[in-house]
Design a binder for this molecule. Sequence first.
Ligand code: BYC
Length: 473
Amino acid sequence: MPTAIDYDAKIPNNVGLADDRRLQRALEGWQPKFLGWWGEMGPALENHGVYLRTAVSVGRDGWAHFGHVNVPDYRWGIFLAEPTPDRRIAFGEHQGEPVWQQIPGEYRADLQRLIVIQGDTEPASVEQQRLLGLTAPSLYDLRNLFQVNVEEGRHLWAMVYLLHAYFGREGREEAEALLYRNSGSPDSPRILGAFNEETADWLAFYMFTYFTDRDGKYQLGSLKESAFDPLSRTCTFMLKEEAHHMMVGTTGVDRVVTRSAQLVREHDTLDIAACGGIPLDIIQKYINFHYTVSLDLFGSETSTNAANYYTAGLKGRWQEERRSDDHQLTEDGVLLNKPVQDGSWSEEEVPALLALNLDLRDEYIADCQTGVKRWNRILDEHGIDFRLALPHPAFNRQVGLAAGHRVTPDGTIVDEETWEASRRHWLPTAEDLAFVRSLMQPVYERGKIASWVAPPVNGINGKPFDYEYVRLV
Ligand code: BYC
């Protein structure tokens, strides 16, 4: 398979599309539907060009080109990372065998399901963020929004390529359905819960790119281990782009915390709403919400689906090859904490193979903790005692063992009445959301920024903050 990107093609690609006329025609048939969806459901703000990164190569050095792009003309393409010579399956019952370039018939349905679920999240996030361009706090942020959106669009292309190339008619139908379902639609919603929530303000956007995109990092990281090599190579390249999305989230929350901390110091009060800042307790409530809906994306703590995917070699663990066990997990057990209706926690040993969603979730939680540490360091540097924290993983859950239980952020199991009485202290209330929304006034003058967020420490690709990142109409 060629690795050079064919940029002259209608669909830029490094998968040799020109050599497969049927596939090329099918994808060229899907392209106008994608562009129609983008026009209807993509970013609402018109502009004359955004300073964007476009993938131009998949090699180790220099894979991206930066320049102003008229967004509908962005070259969404299909890029797979370079193949690893003699790659072998790293886990499960096929461990040690060569990876697959075609799908074994018995795994077709499961792989299709995984690819459809992954594919469904990509356009969903663009839909969720559709209106944010109308209220960006700076041109720098506006540019990042577009960057994230075009790359989620490209990730959709990545999944649609796999569906078209390897799953025949059913794959083509699934590719159509990816544009048909819509975030929050009552009739045809997106598949996973978090992707039907609103991303209605920029604090929610930073939280989403911190917590929900990070789920993407871990899910893609485990699909990258797949025995189905085209899926593995696709995810490897997607992870490169994904890093920027999480940078937007990490530094976005940094900047909100920094600005709030400055206002707390300046006015000597935590009650900074009247000074146009976001109070720290509202930031905490946003963390509680976005973190817990993202935990739901890992599925149940114990899952036969996950066990079957692993045994078959379809989806591995985070950094599978760096683990020093037998990569079969048939003999191992892990301890699982379960909430009990009487208000206590019970501990149970379950087969490790069944607890793979939990394994991935634990990796994710440890990673999320690093953000909280940085945000607390900012508070500390400003001499503020308030501390942000991740709530207990059983708090506010709709999926898994804790669904149906009321658990406080510190992990106490409580009754419905106690929960309802305190809920407004833990999760954003309608007033909190309305307040944050009231701060969201667009600031589109070069070098200027909204009062509720600090400017970034670094610009994009070495450009200064006051660079014309977006040319507005
Ligand atoms: N909402 O065995 P279980 C990203 C369903 S984000 C609704 O516990 P399993 C991105 C489940 O489908 C990453 N339903 O779960 C981020 C199953 O239904 P069926 C996206 C849910 O299968 C930002 C039943 O409950 N990628 O890339 O082990 C911007 C029992 O399921 C939910 C992936 O997720 C939920 N939250 O694990 C843009 C990777 N959770 O079959 C992009 C692909 C579970 O009984 N997906 N259910 O009808 C997977 O690996 C797995 O399917 C899941 C679920 C981790 C999602």
